[in-house]
Design a protein around this ligand. Structure first.
Ligand code: AP5
Ligand code: MG
Ligand code: ZN
Length: 216
């Protein structure tokens, strides 16, 4: 199974991707997580990426395409993968197609999580992430048992640098301008599956499961 999980910032891509990869045993590849790990390690890639991420802009295509090329040619991606946060531009989508064509592979479905802007702001401003294991929480919609600490590993929870209200606004604009046009691209290919992203995390997961089982 080769999937793309698509949608605006804060739609719930990461949250659903974790559930899908657990249930279907596919590798979860999140470009945002990869970039944040590089920022934390202080690598050259991290330093470069941070200048874009802090403003809510996209990291240049050639950098991101290089990262993906490396990941999807590894052994553990052979059974399938789930791309979260990639592709985000037409150029990235075309590069992905080329990479997969070479291996005789293709994307099966693009799951597009549809959420309005008001809900996005609520979701992003309440998001908290574990500094140790990366698990995601929401202070109202998906709170940890002990406020401020991760249920899974006890790590401290923090707010992402790009989750301030003004950066969110830029991220949304960037999404509308550069990323949303990809829906047309995948609709043409016939693999775009729209999912209502409102409701609880489990409601949304149930809708996605129906699609993956081919019953929706
Ligand atoms: P990235 O990390 O991909 O961020 P994003 O696309 O802005 O999306 P988010 O991770 O913010 O949201 P999400 O959809 O994963 O939502 P989540 O599940 O966390 O990218 C960050 C930056 O990196 C970019 O701005 C760019 O600079 C760079 N970058 C990354 N990829 C790139 C690429 N391909 N090209 C160029 N640059 C790239 O959920 C959000 C919150 O809502 C959580 O708190 C969660 O608990 C809660 N929640 C989830 N579902 C529900 C629900 N159903 N009900 C209530 N609450 C919910
Ligand atoms: Mg995410
Ligand atoms: Zn944790």
């Amino acid at each position: 199974m080769r999937l793309i999980i698509f949608g605006p910032p804060g739609a719930g891509k990461g949250t659903q991707a974790v559930k899908i990869s657990q249930e279907y045993k596919v590798l979860h590849i999140s470009t945002g997580d990869i970039l944040r790990a590089s920022v934390k390690e202080g690598t050259e890639l991290g330093k470069l990426a941070k200048t874009y991420m802090d403003k809510g802009e996209l990291v240049p295509d050639n950098v991101i395409i290089g990262i993906i090329k490396e990941r999807i040619t590894t052994q553990d991606s052979q059974k399938g993968f789930l791309l979260d946060g990639f592709p985000r531009t037409i150029e990235q989508a075309e590069a992905l197609e080329k990479m997969l064509n070479k291996e005789g592979q293709r994307i099966d479905s693009v799951i597009s999580i549809e959420v309005d802007d008001e809900e996005i702001v609520k979701r992003i401003t309440g998001r908290r992430v574990c500094e140790k294991c990366g698990s995601m929480y929401h202070i109202i919609f998906d709170p940890p048992t002990n406020m401020g600490y991760c249920n899974k590993c006890g790590g401290g929870l923090y707010q992402r640098d790009d989750d301030s209200e003004d950066v969110i606004r830029t991220r949304l604009q960037v999404y509308r301008r550069q990323t949303e046009p990809l829906k047309k691209f995948y609709k043409k290919v016939g693999i775009l599956k729209r999912v209502d992203g409102l409701g609880t995390i489990d409601d949304v997961f149930e809708r996605i499961e129906k699609i993956l089982k081919g019953v929706a």
